[in-house]
Design a protein around this ligand. Structure first.
Ligand SMILES: NC(=O)c1ccc[n+]([C@@H]2O[C@H](COP(=O)([O-])OP(=O)(O)OC[C@H]3O[C@@H](n4cnc5c(N)ncnc54)[C@H](OP(=O)(O)O)[C@@H]3O)[C@@H](O)[C@H]2O)c1
Length: 378
């Protein structure tokens, strides 16, 4: 009997206070949610003001429509975002990736214009693989308008590649230079090349003798001199120096070449190789660019008409910026170019020999003259 009365009581009386509490609770939750939305919007505005535009904001359809762009390391991070953006504006993107199956799955789920995607397998830790990839590209395409040398690795323990070179140096710089050299003959007359660079190149200081006569050990670090940060910085420095050399070589050509720093501590898979880096990038995430913001500067360099008739410049936050003094050493850029060619030639499997030899004789002549004058200057 008592149980029945209690049951009736709860059925009739309890819902009212419970509903009232619920209403207040839901009201509070709504308040908190709208407050969070508001803060998020403010945060986004502040973020845009500090970290600049997104990739979608810098790209303009009329300058990319119908063009063909090759991107290395296009399957994730900044490379994938650039791929998404370019295909959305009817640009054909050749994705040069280590795992083409994984790349096709992820890219097809993200990019609207799937028919604009092409996949090429490349392992930048192997010159043979780079050669195979460039041969495939040469077979399929007659003209490439944009090359984004974006692939990169960071935080690896010291390892040698099958070509007997330090891995970070080969992946981040040497193999991508080799790829570019191999496909040079199909670059459009007004092609744009962008090395995705890094501000951290500033941390490299080379001695007088290193600058005068750079050796293989200076760039492909031996184990006792190796730290992953140093290897990464050296590879990025080599990219900028090579930009200067190419800028000079293509001076009377319509081709142009740029280096772009995407942003610092952008949370991508770049930091995956060592957990302290992963932790650091995670902590820094709220204070860094988003991946889309990071993709904006390389895309700006690759596509913006503002850069017509310019070449061999370093960009950061979509703005022209001075690279380090070492990276802007014009004479050093020739020596690094010589060293790069020597390293490639000395690898028995380096099959791009012909392309490497094809550099105009005039350039060599000028280069030697300049080197002599520099030595005299010292
Ligand atoms: N994130 C930053 O804060 C930051 C700052 C300054 C500069 N950058 C530069 O931005 C560029 C893009 O980096 P991210 O941040 O987007 O990093 P990410 O997400 O790790 O992308 C790097 C890409 O490089 C590819 N790659 C690595 N090793 C390779 C190899 N041996 N062969 C072929 N592909 C290889 C990766 O392919 P897998 O997926 O197969 O490994 C991946 O697609 C890099 O050049 C990096 O140095 C990034």
């Amino acid at each position: 009997m008592h149980v029945l009365v209690m049951h009736q009581y709860f059925r009739c009386c309890m819902p009212l206070p419970v509903r009232a509490i619920n209403r207040r609770y839901i009201g509070t939750l709504r308040g908190v949610k709208s407050m969070l939305d508001y803060l998020n919007n403010v945060g986004q505005c502040v973020n845009t003001a500090i970290y600049g535009p997104t990739a979608d904001e810098v790209i303009k359809s009329e300058y990319v429509k119908g063009k063909t762009c090759l991107i290395t390391g296009a399957n994730c991070g900044i490379g994938l975002e650039m791929t998404r953006c370019l295909t959305a504006h009817d640009c054909t993107v050749l994705m040069a990736c280590r795992n083409t199956y994984a790349a096709s799955v992820v890219a097809k789920s993200i990019c609207g214009n799937n028919h604009r995607l092409r996949f090429y397998e490349i392992n930048l830790a192997s010159l043979r693989s780079v050669k195979r990839c460039s041969d495939d590209i040469l077979k399929d395409f007659k003209k490439i308008d944009i090359v984004l040398l974006n692939a990169g690795t960071f935080g690896l323990p010291w390892t040698l590649t099958e070509d007997n070179l330090e891995t970070t140096f080969q992946v981040n710089y040497l193999s991508q230079y080799y790829l570019l050299t191999n496909i040079e003959k199909i670059l459009a007359p007004n092609a744009r090349i962008v090395f995705v660079s890094s501000e951290s190149h500033r941390n490299i200081k080379w001695s007088f003798s290193d600058k005068l006569m750079p050796t293989e050990q200076l760039v492909s670090l031996p184990e006792h001199q190796y730290t992953s940060i140093k290897a990464y910085n050296v590879s990025k420095l080599c990219g900028i120096l090579t930009m200067h050399h190419l800028g000079y070589r293509w001076l009377n050509d319509g081709k142009s070449v740029f280096c772009a720093h995407p942003g610092s501590f952008v949370k991508t898979r770049l930091c995956r190789n060592w957990w302290p880096f992963e932790a650091l990038y995670t902590i820094m995430k709220p204070f860094s660019k988003t991946i889309s913001q990071a993709a904006s500067t390389p895309l700006y360099c690759a596509t913006s008409p503002d850069l017509n008739n310019l070449t061999a410049l370093y960009y950061k936050d979509c703005q022209r910026c001075d690279e380090s003094e070492l990276a802007s050493d014009f004479h050093l850029s020739f020596r690094i170019n010589d060293l790069t060619r020597d390293i490639l030639r000395s690898r028995a499997a380096a099959p791009g020999e012909a392309a490497l030899r094809a550099a105009p004789a005039q350039t060599d002549h000028i280069k030697h003259a300049m080197d002599d004058s520099l030595v005299a200057g010292y």
